[in-house]
Design a protein around this ligand. Structure first.
Ligand SMILES: Nc1ncnc2c1ncn2[C@@H]1O[C@H](COP(=O)(O)OP(=O)(O)OP(=O)(O)O)[C@@H](O)[C@H]1O
Length: 575
């Protein structure tokens, strides 16, 4: 036995309003679309005229109209559309295709009236109700075309008011190639705002900003033209910005995602396409191969813009990067194009001044970086004095970008600056001076032994730096390790003790600069007590200069050495 599906219209309308369309306001778009399609089918110079009033809304077109048979077939059959071919494919020239758009009127009205006439046929009046009934009767005499009348549902009157309808018709339809009037005033502009025109003003109007630059877009395979506006202020690349997309000049939505690759976060586009397809809700682009190709083509055009800027207008590129460098750098971590852009164009802080990574590599042969800001500050001037370039890897993403460059490009060498690299370039003091320093060094070493620090004297530039506290990575690990062992309970402490026997034992060093006049005077102090206090002070100063953590033992030492020096510096007798 074969039966036919029954359709519960209320259920379908509920489905549309709550699950398909984001807002009942889309009914204006659907009515406009049907009118424009009817005009396209009729191949006449068209006019869509919308009139509003307290009791009803009317949309009249001089399009192809419907015969009585078509009214039964098309208006009363959900999912039936005249805009698909025999094989069910959307016919290219039309906006609609799904055969459900008219139902959106039930989001705002309980009754839809369609008064229509096909040239050479009798006029027909179709009345459909949201409870699923419909009737067909002979219509009054009229010109070929169609008038759709909606009677507002109670509570939905504001959605059919003159001002709302005008706003919506303008929003969706302002670029349509067919003239559309609301209460006798045109809402259509008749032409696309690009390629000519005042696009700066246009961006201000639609997006509310004055772009840094305007990039024309053209993707013939998607029948796409438009513009990308480059944002004049920084944005978070993770916050997806939508694009304004028109399909066959009808607005799809103001905030469409997926049109640009993630790295192009700095652009907002307005485009019109004849080939891209909408989803059934007409609120998003259908995600197919054509959309992927289009995305790629737009990406190429934006990339081309960046490359062009680099060669023709570096000043503007600099401006662009100073606004968007954080986003560009963030994306450089997973996008090779952006990585190259950063390498070539984004200046980073180095101890040789601000340079791009490419410039730095050209001069130094290697991307040598200090992993943290503190490490950089401590070593920058000393390393520079030894002709050792170093990049501040402590600034956002720098270290990750440098390491990634070395991973993707075999030619690039990245090297983390080890304090030992700097120290290796220091010169030893001569044998005679060494001998003279010995008593001082013995005192100094005794004072700093309890802090696990080794004291050495070397000559290095700049002479203004009296002392450096150098911690190799192994020593830094050792320090942390000792701190956790001290804090651990017996069982865990035992495990850590056993481990410590397998660890390298190099200790942090306090390197006193023999070229520094003060240090030279300190090393010549005959009084061991005063020499000890001076070394402790230099130790404290070097710790702070390098931004090293001050442990409780260091703090105690700093206080006692300061008090000791003060005691000796201030004249007078204790009572
Ligand atoms: N103003 C009109 N003039 C002539 N025919 C119309 C008009 N409005 C609707 N129709 C006919 O009714 C059919 C159904 O319209 P409906 O809006 O439900 O779907 P559609 O436009 O085909 O597709 P979509 O769901 O994508 O909008 C259309 O295919 C068209 O044949």
């Amino acid at each position: 036995m074969s039966n036919t599906f029954q359709v519960d219209l209320r259920g379908i309308v509920d489905l549309l309003s709550h699950h398909l369309y984001a807002s009942p306001r889309v009914y204006v778009r659907e009515l406009l679309q049907n009118a424009v399609d009817a005009i396209t089918a009729a191949e006449v110079p068209g006019l869509v005229s919308i009139t509003t009033g307290p009791d009803q809304l009317r949309v009249t077109d001089n399009g192809i109209g419907l015969t009585e048979a078509q009214v039964h077939e098309l208006l009363a059959t959900i999912g039936r559309s005249s805009k698909r071919d025999e094989l069910g494919f959307a016919r290219h020239e039309f906006l609609g295709q799904f055969g459900i758009g008219l139902l959106s009127c039930f989001l705002v009205a309980d009754e839809i009236r369609v008064h229509t006439r096909r040239a050479g046929a009798e006029p027909v009046l179709w009345q459909g109700y949201s409870d699923g009934r419909y009737s067909v009767s002979p219509g009054d005499e009229r010109e070929p075309g169609t008038t759709v009348t909606l009677v507002p549902r109670r509570g939905a009157e504001h959605l059919l008011s003159g001002s709302t309808v005008r706003e919506l018709a303008e929003l969706y339809g302002s670029l349509l190639p067919v003239r559309v009037e609301v209460d006798n005033v045109a809402v259509t502009t008749g032409s696309l705002p690009w390629p000519g025109g005042d696009l700066m003003a246009y961006a201000q109007e639609v997006f509310g900003f004055r772009p840094l630059d305007v990039v024309p877009l053209d993707v013939p395979e998607a029948g796409l033209t438009g513009v990308a506006f480059v944002l004049p202020t920084p944005v978070n690349p993770a916050a997806r910005g939508g694009h304004r997309v028109y399909l066959k000049r009808m607005l799809l939505a103001e905030s469409i995602e997926g049109l640009l690759p993630e790295w192009a976060f700095f652009a907002r586009c307005v485009v019109d396409s004849t080939e891209l397809r909408p989803t059934a809700s007409r609120e998003a682009l259908y995600d197919d191969g054509l959309l992927a190709d289009t995305r790629e083509a737009i990406a190429d055009q934006l990339r081309g813009w960046l490359v062009r800027l680099a060669s023709t207008d570096p000043r503007r590129l600099g401006e662009f990067l100073s606004i968007h460098h954080l986003g560009v750098k963030a994306l450089a971590l997973h996008d090779d194009e952006m990585l190259r852009l950063v390498e070539q164009w984004v200046p980073v802080e180095t101890n040789l001044g601000h340079l791009t990574l490419a410039e730095f590599r050209e001069r130094q042969g290697v991307l040598r970086y200090a992993a943290g800001d503190d490490e950089f500050r401590q070593l920058a001037s000393v390393a520079a004095a030894q002709d050792l370039g170093v990049i501040n890897g402590g600034i956002v993403y720098n270290t990750d970008i440098i390491e990634r460059l070395a991973t993707v490009d075999a030619e690039v060498r990245a090297e983390r600056l080890e304090p030992a690299d700097v120290a290796a370039r220091f010169s030893a003091v001569d044998a005679e001076a060494e001998l003279r320093l010995r008593p001082f060094l013995t005192v100094a070493q005794r004072r700093l032994d309890k802090l696990g620090c080794e004291v050495v004297v070397r000559g290095f530039d700049p002479a203004t730096v009296p002392a450096l506290y150098l911690v190799s990575r192994a020593a830094a690990f050792n320090e942390q390790f000792t701190a956790s062992r001290d804090a651990a309970d017996d069982l865990w402490g035992g495990v850590l003790d056993a481990l410590s026997r397998t660890m390298p034992t190099d200790r942090p060093q306090l390197v006193l600069n023999h070229r520094n006049a003060l240090v030279r005077r300190v090393t010549a102090i005959a009084d061991p007590g005063l020499a000890g206090l001076a070394v402790e002070s230099l130790y404290g100063q070097a710790l702070m200069l390098g931004g090293h953590p001050i442990r409780p033992a260091d703090a105690a030492l700093l206080t006692s050495s300061f008090m000791g020096l003060l005691d000796r510096a201030v004249p007078g007798e204790d009572k």
